[in-house]
Design a protein around this ligand. Structure first.
Ligand SMILES: Cc1cc2nc3c(=O)[nH]c(=O)nc-3n(C[C@H](O)[C@H](O)[C@H](O)COP(=O)(O)OP(=O)(O)OC[C@H]3O[C@@H](n4cnc5c(N)ncnc54)[C@H](O)[C@@H]3O)c2cc1C
Length: 532
């Protein structure tokens, strides 16, 4: 039956624990790693209801990390010191790489990909510097799932980072996750059952498959907290230089390094340049010879996004133009996202659910500390913005969403009356917490590649993907791990380009599959209605 086939496909796609843990065990050092984890830390998680103390702790930590991010704590800026290592010209010579003369790596972009890559390279003894264009971090969309595969990579990069992330995280594998029917649905070809709104269609297990592979079950962590942990435990203070946009770079010859130019005219030198600069990557634009309009400030991943509503509106329009130049794909979904302080009515039973509907769906996750993260994906043209608040309608985003997911007759514009849960979360969310972004992704860069000479790309710059699988940041984390592993084997700067090519070859198959599944996931979800 089509319905059953669709459910099976979705189970395959959304059974993230299963899919990604099995994909993530192909490493040569798997056995020793698993033995260590199994012996020390891994037990099925037990659900302990939130206490007032934990609620306060989670919320306070989030507030503190958000303030740190806004103040760019631990970062330097354009007024930084004059003796940074990257100011020294390498004199266009190649050399042996030794502990006294380690590789010098510049990372463009201080999002998840950039911070993890820098932490991984630093852990291997390399010198690192991150140039981040933004003046502060402006996280979009609340916490993210750090899944078992990314936790494994983090532990191998730096056990302290792993410990801190798990400690700060909220476990979701201790309760049900899955897909629900958003509203009452008729009978398919007069066969099968009648679905009521809120009926489970598929439940998936993110716990047992992880534990069976010796991996830690997924945790949900606030984005600023992740950044804070990586900054505090992954890299030396002032490694990130904010207000530093990379404008161009030039290869100085094989093994002879890279010359990087910032938009303020600053020149920097390194052996390797890593473009972790998001979906509108400048490094990718130069590497792949794309048009001038293919990079820039635009709504992209988690960091460096819009700081306010006016900027968000401008970015929505700019992204449409940029996507054309950069060969990125508009996913056909705009995404409203927020974190709300609310003890969900299903908190003890459900940790993650998607309410499915026609041309839209509503995703929610327990964010810990009696907070729910939700995002609503609605299929529509790109570049749309919400009306400005007025006296009659001071909350235009909320008003729209309450209509889109209307839980009382006559329902939404299709006449569908939605499950109450979307309304429960929407009504607990202040308008100003709701951020909107069109979602873009791209085709896998199989033929173009992710590296050229002494330059490579990673994270969303290399494989932007839809958020359905919760794998964008996790794959960026794996990239950082793999990149540092390959670079750490370089004994002579002439071997850098070979190491970067190996990094690409090892990563492209896995990320291509995940990118395609993430894209297919969205399309299947909203076309699901047709199958019922
Ligand atoms: C709603 C939503 C939910 C998601 N949920 C999850 C989840 O649960 N789990 C998960 O793993 N992933 C999730 N993702 C995906 C994840 O957010 C992204 O894949 C991840 O943030 C990408 O990180 P990045 O560092 O590659 O890119 P970005 O976060 O975009 O960072 C790139 C950085 O580079 C900077 N930059 C750009 N150009 C330059 C330049 N020329 N010079 C210097 N700096 C520059 C930018 O300012 C920015 O700070 C989600 C995404 C969305 C939209």
């Amino acid at each position: 039956m089509r319905l059953q086939a669709a459910a099976t496909a979705l189970l395959l796609i959304y059974g993230t624990g299963n899919a990604f843990t099995s994909l993530s065990t192909k490493s040569p050092t798997k056995a020793s790693f698993q033995t260590k984890l199994s012996a020390t830390t891994l037990r099925p998680p037990t659900r302990y209801p939130e206490t007032p103390e934990r609620v306060a702790e989670v919320r306070d930590r989030f507030t503190e990390a958000t303030i740190d991010a806004a103040n760019a704590k631990g970062c330097s800026n354009e007024n930084g010191k004059e003796d940074e290592w990257w100011r020294t010209d390498l004199n266009e010579s190649y050399r042996e790489v030794t502990p006294d003369s380690p590789l010098r790596v510049i990372v463009a972009g201080g999002g998840v990909a950039g911070l993890v890559t820098a932490a991984a390279c630093h852990a291997k003894g390399m010198k690192v510097a991150i140039f981040e264009q933004a003046s502060q971090y402006a996280p979009y969309g609340g916490p993210i799932q750090i899944q078992s595969n990314a936790l494994r990579a983090l532990e191998r990069i730096n056990p302290k980072i792993y410990e801190e992330i798990v400690k700060a995280g909220t476990t979701t594998a201790d309760r049900v996750s899955g897909l629900k029917i958003g509203y009452k649905k008729g009978v398919f070809l007069n066969l099968g059952q009648q679905y009521e709104r809120g009926d489970w269609l598929v439940k998936f297990d993110t716990c047992v498959p992880a534990l069976e592979k010796g991996l830690t079950p997924t945790v949900v962590v606030d984005r600023p907290v992740i950044q804070q942990i990586l900054l505090n435990h992954g890299i030396p203070e002032s490694t990130v230089r904010i207000k530093s946009r990379i404008a161009s770079y030039e290869e100085l010859g094989e093994g002879k390094g890279i010359k990087v130019q910032l938009t303020d005219g600053t020149i920097a030198y390194a052996d390797v340049l890593v473009g972790a600069d998001g979906i509108w990557s400048s490094v990718r634009r130069i590497m792949h010879g794309l048009d001038a309009g293919a990079d820039g400030f635009a709504a992209s991943g988690a960091a460096g996004g819009a700081l306010n509503e006016a900027e968000a509106r401008r970015m929505a329009k700019d992204s449409v133009l940029m996507a054309g130049n950069a060969n990125r794909r508009y996913s056909r979904f705009t995404c409203y996202a927020a974190l709300c302080e609310h003890r969900a009515s299903n908190i003890e039973e459900v940790s993650y659910q998607i309410l499915l509907g026609k041309d839209k769906y509503f995703v929610s996750t327990d964010g810990g500390g009696e907070r729910q993260q939700w995002f609503a994906l609605i299929r529509e043209d790109s570049g749309g913005v919400d009306p400005e608040p007025t006296e009659e309608n001071p909350t235009p985003k909320l008003t729209r969403l309450l209509n889109e997911f209307n839980n009382v007759a006559p329902g939404d514009k299709n006449g569908d009356v939605w499950d109450d849960f979307a309304h429960e979360l929407l009504l607990a969310t202040p308008e100003e917490n709701i951020k909107r972004r069109d979602l873009y992704d791209g085709s896998p860069l199989v033929s173009q590649g992710w590296s050229k000479g002494q330059v490579a790309i990673c994270g969303d710059a290399a494989h932007p993907m839809m958020p359905n699988l919760g794998q964008g940041g996790c794959q960026a984390t794996e990239d950082g791990f793999r990149l540092a592993e390959e670079l750490s084997s370089v004994k002579h700067t002439k071997n850098i380009s070979g190491a970067l090519n190996t990094y690409f070859l090892k990563r492209i198959g896995r990320t291509t599959i995940i990118q395609i599944l993430a894209q297919l996931g969205s399309d299947l979800l909203v076309d699901f209605d047709l199958m019922m």
